[in-house]
Write a protein that binds this ligand. Structure first.
Ligand SMILES: [Zn+2]
Length: 458
């Protein structure tokens, strides 16, 4: 079954996205206002939750900040009232994403579905129709800085995505969807699991020799170190990063070690490509289709140039599952200054996704690097543990804590320890002690966010 794709709609949206890439601030604001009113109208019409919230309000006059902040746990609890299609039921969606043989299958014949990781608690499930996918496709392929890669059906490339390939995650679903939609592209797009030991990952990349690697900064650093050690024999022409913070120093290290261009982007399960890097190296928000508000702990907007405690997303593309002032959990700073590239899309800086790579063993044994996202994937997928912090306290000592209490927490931790131990052994890190603690919330970093994977101080 082909995943949802509407060629006519995609052509129209692509033309608009191309035009808006060079549009003035006023033209962008006009698009935003029109699309916000459309979103509010369709939410009031189709979503029982928003029908109550928006009763008696005029979508053309309503200011966004008059609406309450929406948070994932509450929305997921009221899922069936939240969505605008009553045929979308959370229990059926949960069964669908639990079946790994159905990645990128159309749900009810018309929705692309993925789940988020549980970095802020329970995993979310997100349904997109052909209209939302047309916007994501157009933004993904038109707002990249290099003309060479702007052709979505390019067949001269070998693009490897290195990440969690076994679940219904946004990146994996997106790749599988493109592969099914275009058999020619299927030969150039490859998913490579980051759950395998580093030597196998490197061997797979050496054999494939991709021209583009798309992955997380922490994985890219591991690959750069493997390249410097002489084990990774290939180097891509471009490295696309996203999903975690990328500091200037890390970016320079990657460029030097891999000898390639690094292109960063910022996305989420709630909006696939929120911002992409321009040729001047700035991240530009796709402000024609997404609204981001930086707010402090009380939910008040912070002045331009300051990072708030969190960021609220309003997704103007997805009318099926309205995301209006949705708490993303990241800290985004919007820069007031214009970018040298001439774009009027605001320049943003993102903080808030900065887990550590663990380096286990050392003195008498081989040092093994463990990727933070791999740890999260194992604990979430194999042990269904979402509320956790894993802190390294010595070369072979880890503390796994959860804020959960009681017998179910202890059972959950036992399952998690078994899954994590098996994973560490598979990675070559044997003899690691995992101490479990329930009823103990993860310690917060200076930014106030719980870091899920914390390495021992260097
Ligand atoms: Zn720019």
């Amino acid at each position: 079954m082909l995943p949802p794709f509407d060629p006519w709609l995609t052509s129209c949206v692509t033309l608009d996205v191309a035009a808006a890439s060079r549009a003035s601030e006023a033209a962008l604001a006009g698009r935003r206002a029109r699309r916000l009113a459309d979103l509010l109208r369709s939410a009031a019409r189709g979503s029982a939750l928003y029908r109550k919230l928006l009763a008696g309000r005029d979508p053309d006059k309503l200011r966004l900040e008059e609406l309450p902040i929406a948070r994932k746990p509450e929305l997921m609890r009221q899922f069936d009232e939240w969505v605008t299609d009553p045929a979308l039921r959370l229990d059926a969606l949960r069964r669908f994403v639990a079946d790994r043989t159905r990645i990128a299958d159309p749900f009810l014949g018309r929705y692309v579905v993925w789940e988020s990781s549980g970095s802020s608690g329970e995993p979310g499930v997100f349904a997109q129709d052909a209209r939302a996918m047309a916007v994501y496709d157009a933004l993904e392929f038109w707002r990249r800085p290099f003309q060479r890669m702007m052709d979505p059906w390019s067949v001269g490339e070998r693009i490897a995505f290195v990440g969690a390939t076994g679940g219904h995650f946004a990146s994996t679903v997106s790749i599988e969807r493109l592969r099914r939609l275009n058999p020619a592209l299927a030969r150039s797009l490859h998913g490579i699991s980051f759950l395998q030991p580093a030597d196998r990952l490197v061997a797979e990349l050496n054999a494939l020799a991709p021209t583009v690697i798309a992955t997380y900064p922490s994985v890219a650093v591991l690959l750069a170190e493997e390249r410097l050690a002489g084990r990774l024999e290939m180097a891509p022409r471009e490295l696309w990063t996203g999903g975690e913070d990328l500091s200037t120093a890390t970016c320079e290290f990657l460029q030097q070690a891999l000898g390639c261009q690094v292109v960063n982007s910022y996305g989420a399960s709630e909006f696939l490509t929120l911002a992409a890097e321009c040729s001047s190296g700035s991240l530009h928000l796709n402000c024609d289709w997404a609204i981001l508000e930086s707010v402090d702990e009380s939910g008040r907007q912070v002045p331009m140039g300051e990072a708030g405690a969190t960021t609220l997303l309003t997704n103007l593309a997805n009318h099926v599952q309205p995301l209006i002032r949705y708490d993303l959990g990241d800290r985004v700073t919007q820069r007031a200054s214009a970018c040298a590239c001439g774009s009027h899309h605001p320049v943003i800086e993102v903080q808030g996704r900065n887990d550590d790579t663990l380096r286990l063993g050392g003195a008498d044994t081989r040092m093994v690097r463990i990727l933070p996202l791999a740890v999260s994937t194992v604990l979430e997928e194999d042990a269904a543990l979402f509320d956790f912090q894993l802190e390294q306290q010595g070369p072979c000592d880890l503390v796994l804590r959860t804020g959960l209490h009681g017998k179910s927490a202890d059972a959950s931790l036992r399952r998690a320890r078994a899954a994590l131990s098996a994973f560490l052994v598979q990675q070559g890190a044997a003899g690691v002690h995992i101490h479990c603690r329930s009823g103990e919330a993860g310690r917060r970093s200076r930014s106030g966010k719980v870091q899920r994977v914390v390495a021992a101080p260097a």
